[in-house]
Design a protein around this ligand. Structure first.
Ligand SMILES: Cc1cc2nc3c(=O)[nH]c(=O)nc-3n(C[C@H](O)[C@H](O)[C@H](O)COP(=O)(O)O)c2cc1C
Ligand code: SF4
Ligand code: SF4
Length: 349
C-alpha cells in the first residue's frame, strides 16, 4: 500500500471499511520522502485511543527516508506496532494495535533524526536532545532526598513565588501517564486567602451533607458495606468531617492548613492513577525547591458525586473523577529525624 515512497508525497489517507483511500493530497518535496499517516478506521479496535484533549485523533508519523538507515530501533520500541520493516525499508503498519498514540518513543530513540511524530498535542518543537546523557541523579543521592522528605502542614506566612509555581508545574508535567497525552488538569489556588476560601467553601458544603456521614446513616449502611469500609468510615471519615466543621466554626483551617498555595490534580478520561502520580511529582519538585508540601486526599472523594455548586464556583467539571490536592509553602518546622516506612506486604511469587 505504501511502497511507492520514492515519489515525494504527503499521503493523507483516510481509511473506510475496505481500507480504500478516500482522500489523497500530493505535495512535492525536494529531497525528503515524508509519509504522513492518519487512520480513521471504522473498525473500533483500530481507532486511536480516546482522550478528552484529542478525541480519537491519530498522531501523524513522518519518516525522512533520506536519513533512515532501517536500523529498526523505532520498530522495536513502538508497542502500538505502528511501524514495520519491509524490504529493508521502514514503513507505517496499516494494521497497528490502536493507531499511533503519539508516545514519541520512536522519535526519541532514533539516532539519525529520521522520524518525527506530530499530533495528539505533539509538535516538532517538543523534541530535544537529552540534556544529561548520563544519569544526573544516582540512588545514593535520591534515596536520602526521599527519606528526608516529610509532609509539611505548618507554613510561614509567605507567598510562593510564581517562578517556583511554574517549576512545580513543569516538573510534575513530566510524570508518566496511562496513555499520552496526559488528561490531568491542574487547578492552582494561589494565595493564603484563596486557599482559605476554598477550604471553608468545601467544609461548609460538607457541613450541609453531614447527615450523610452521621452515625445513624452509618448504621443503616452497615449491612451493605464491608467491615473494612465500615471501620474506615467510623474511625476516620466521621470524626474528620466533624472536626473540619467544628474547627471551621472557630475560623481555623485544618483542611488545607492555611497554606499559601494549593494545587488540585484531577483526571478526565485518563487512568485513575494519573492525577496521583502527577501530584507525587509535584511534592518532589517542591522538596527540591526548598518548599514543603502535603497531599490532601480528603476533598477528592466527596467531589465525585456531590458538590454541584462548589464545582461550578471553582470551574471544576460537573462529573469529577479521581483528584488529589497538594498544598505547598515555606516550612515553619524543621524535622531532624527521618522515619523508616514499609509496605504492608512484599511477596515474591
Ligand atoms: C494519597 C494521600 C492523601 C493524603 N491526605 C492527607 C490529608 O487529607 N490530610 C493530611 O493532613 N495529610 C494527608 N496526607 C499526608 C499523609 O498523612 C502523610 O504522607 C503520612 O502521614 C506520612 O507522612 P510523611 O509524608 O511525612 O512520610 C496524604 C498523603 C497521601 C499520600
Ligand atoms: S530508528 Fe530511525 S533510522 Fe532506525 S529505522 Fe527508525 S527511523 Fe529509521
Ligand atoms: S509515537 Fe509511539 S505509538 Fe506512534 S509510532 Fe512512535 S512509538 Fe509508535
Amino acid at each position: 500500500m505504501f511502497s511507492n515512497i520514492a515519489v515525494k508525497t504527503y499521503l493523507i489517507g483516510f481509511y473506510a471499511n475496505s481500507g480504500s483511500v478516500l482522500h489523497l493530497s500530493t505535495k512535492i518535496s525536494c529531497n525528503i520522502d515524508y509519509l504522513v499517516h492518519s487512520f480513521v478506521l471504522q473498525n473500533k479496535s483500530l481507532m486511536s485511543v480516546a482522550t478528552s484533549r484529542t478525541g480519537t485523533e491519530d498522531a501523524r508519523i513522518l519518516i525522512d527516508h533520506s536519513k533512515c538507515t532501517a536500523c529498526g530501533l523505532c520498530v522495536k520500541v513502538c508497542k502500538d506496532f505502528s511501524l514495520l520493516l519491509e524490504d529493508k525499508t521502514l514503513k507505517i503498519n496499516p494494521k497497528p494495535l490502536f493507531g499511533c498514540i503519539g508516545c514519541g518513543h520512536c522519535v526519541a530513540v532514533c539516532p539519525y533524526d529520521a522520524i518525527t511524530v506530530e499530533g495528539r498535542t505533539l509538535s516538532a518543537s517538543d523534541y530535544s536532545v537529552l540534556t544529561f546523557p548520563e544519569k544526573p541523579v544516582v540512588f545514593e543521592n535520591l534515596f536520602p532526598f526521599l527519606l528526608n522528605r516529610r509532609s509539611i502542614r505548618d507554613f510561614k506566612n509567605k507567598p510562593v513565588e510564581q517562578a517556583l509555581i511554574d517549576k512545580i508545574l513543569s516538573l510534575s508535567s513530566t510524570a508518566p501517564m496511562g496513555l499520552p497525552p496526559s488528561d490531568v488538569s491542574v487547578m492552582v489556588i494561589n494565595g493564603r486567602e484563596k486557599v482559605r476560601e476554598f477550604s471553608f467553601d468545601f467544609i461548609d458544603m460538607l457541613g450541609r451533607m453531614q447527615w450523610m456521614v452521621s452515625p445513624f446513616m452509618l448504621s443503616l449502611m452497615r449491612p451493605f458495606i464491608s467491615k473494612d469500609d465500615y471501620l474506615v468510615f467510623k474511625s476516620f471519615v466521621l470524626p474528620m468531617v466533624s472536626f473540619f466543621t467544628e474547627s471551621r466554626n472557630r475560623d481555623e483551617n485544618y483542611l488545607l492548613y492555611d497554606a499559601p498555595l494549593a494545587m488540585m490534580f484531577y483526571g478526565n478520561m485518563s487512568d485513575p492513577a494519573d492525577p496521583y502520580i502527577a501530584a507525587t511529582y509535584a511534592t518532589l519538585a517542591a522538596e527540591s525547591l526548598g518548599l514543603g508540601s502535603c497531599m490532601i486526599g480528603s476533598v477528592g472523594p466527596f467531589l465525585k458525586n456531590t458538590g454541584k455548586d462548589f464545582k461550578k464556583k471553582y470551574k471544576l467539571p460537573a462529573k469529577m473523577r479521581d483528584s488529589i490536592i497538594v498544598i505547598f509553602g515555606y516550612p515553619q518546622v524543621k524535622f531532624s529525624k527521618t522515619i523508616k516506612r514499609s509496605f504492608a506486604k512484599v511477596e515474591y511469587c
